[in-house]
Design a binder for this molecule. Sequence first.
Ligand code: BTN
Length: 242
Amino acid sequence: LSANWPKGVGRSVLPEIDSTNAEAARRADRFAGPEWILALHQTKGRGRRGRAWHDPAGNFAASYLLRPDMAPAQAALYSFVASLALQDALVTATGRAESFALKWPNDVLLHGAKLAGILLETSGPYLVIGIGVNLVDHPEPEPGALRPVSLMGETGLRVTPEELLDLLAPAFAHWQAQFTAYGFAPIRTAWLARAARLGERIVARTVTDTHDGTFEGIDADGALLLRAAHGLRTIPAADVFF
Ligand code: BTN
């Protein structure tokens, strides 16, 4: 384990798996402490809202399995904890602080395009935080969706999945300690300071509606705050378009 690896946290590296989130959920049945599960290749990577996640060898795919011991709505805020940690790890790996930003609810952008996504799933009292980063390759762009990019394609920098995990695990432990000690407030403040398009016009598409307005921030539950023509809207779940 690397020198900065957090104490008491497991680390598994698998050559190939269906989905690290699926594997983490299977391991929840015999939970023996928090653990990072990294796969060098996923055959059935899962994205948000039932979408597939493209994960060829060389890209980063990992899940963190933990037992949050908090109300489910509070545990869901771990997605913001993970976004902050992932951005920190990417900045450390590349030395390019100004290139990255966060997009609600939990994407990491590079040069304004989609570099990484996060998918939270629960399994009884356990939480699985799945993180995918396009290190060397990205999927085909989809009409209307944010342009996907890879770290290699945008910067020419080669970061391996293991290197990124060794930066991510301590960064996650840092933000997790803030979250468990002080709650969502410091996480929210840090997240807003890194948010893309704050104060600008965005479009939020929920399952039933499309809203456009000014991105005002996030509330204490992590919901999107959108200032629309008819007032301030609180949107708990949506896809955001710029
Ligand atoms: C998104 O739709 O933006 C979220 C993508 C999350 C992908 C990661 S890759 C590791 C983990 N295992 C999965 O099957 N999905 C997540």
